[in-house]
Design a protein around this ligand. Sequence first.
Ligand code: HAM
Length: 417
Amino acid sequence: MASSTESLPGTSDLFAAECTDWRLLEQTAHQIFPLYGYGELRTPIFERTDVFLRSIGDETDIVQKEMYTFTDRGNRSLTLRPEGTAGVMRALANAGIPQGDERRVYYLGPMFRGERPAAGRKRQFHQVGTECVGKVSPEIDVECIAMLLHYLASVGIPAGRTRLMLNSRGTAEDREPVATALRAYFADKVGAMCEDCQRRLTTNVWRILDCKVDGCQETIRQAPSTTELLGAPSREYFARVCAGLDELGIAYQVEPRLVRGLDYYQHTVFELVFEGIGAQNSIAGGGRYAITFGNQTLQGVGFAAGLERLLLTRTELGIAPTPLPATDAFLVSLGDAALRRNLKLAAELRQAGLAVQMDLEGRGMKSQMRTANKVNARYALILGDNELERHVVMAKQLATGEQQEWPLAEAGTRLGQ
Ligand code: HAM
């Protein structure tokens, strides 16, 4: 049996040395998305279950197999958010968007899916995502993809190392004609496919295209291209998306059977793949969608990138981990009076923004110096009765062993140099 201190499968404890890279991904999001007019939105980690059911779709793997759903003490069915878009749309619908207005928001945080844990596949994972809601135009979709690539390049993942897959799911008007063609194709083949595909033939035939079971792949590959089955307005919209990407010099590959794992998509869908991080190689995905809450239908376009997968990608690209912030000084106290004076000195230095550690147990000089080296301090500042009397401190640069006396009052400025 697993020991009780282990974190649950598919979850992680992240210590300081790992958090530096996480913070880099998060801070870059705060820098890049506002350049495009996006503001941060923080929504709850759990929502009423129907928020996800109505938007993600009954027949999706997320809803059918992966949601962490529970009944609370008030007998309400609640779900830990499996993705960000549905909760963001609920929040925007609640806040209200005046007709003809646009809202641009970005978010970061944990998401929860009860999937089989694997490299790059967690049960608690983290996304950074954006949504641009209220207006419909192929150029907004293009800008969204360009912004995703800008973000990734800013965290060290250049567009040239990834593959952008693109497709269109058309609009509500295209849904039935395409479904009819897909049903006609799959009808006599579905018997040899998985149980989910057999059921989806009647419940939601589009979903068959997103099946991940190995044995179903060959049949899916031969299926009619959804892109070619779309009506003229949707094909025109898609052509403009492609033209916009061409204009920006963004390379893409049209994948006529890419439908993605969520039912809310309309028009553009895309996925960004990085080869080399194992089977879970989709590092980001998104598209245009329409989600209805009550009498409001919100239309938007957005994407989400998985932070765990971005970190794996950075490692695969050979990017060194972001180092922990350095310790500027370790204060070594020889005797009680020095210890008391160092408490004050440490407070002053920290107020000045310097990272300072010290021994608080009155240990001997040798073990204090050992700790100073262990924490990788730039300087050991040694204070004894003799130094105290003369208002100085002995500053030892640990990398070189060089020693110098500094006036105590100048310790902050000297360390800051
Ligand atoms: P998604 O494709 O389900 O889309 O997830 C987006 C990204 O989250 C994936 O490309 C992947 O990097 C990461 N991800 C998903 N599941 C896991 C997991 N179990 N472990 C680790 N990483 C994972 C969405 O969530 C949509 N809400 C995207 C969107 C925004 N569409 C429009 N707006």
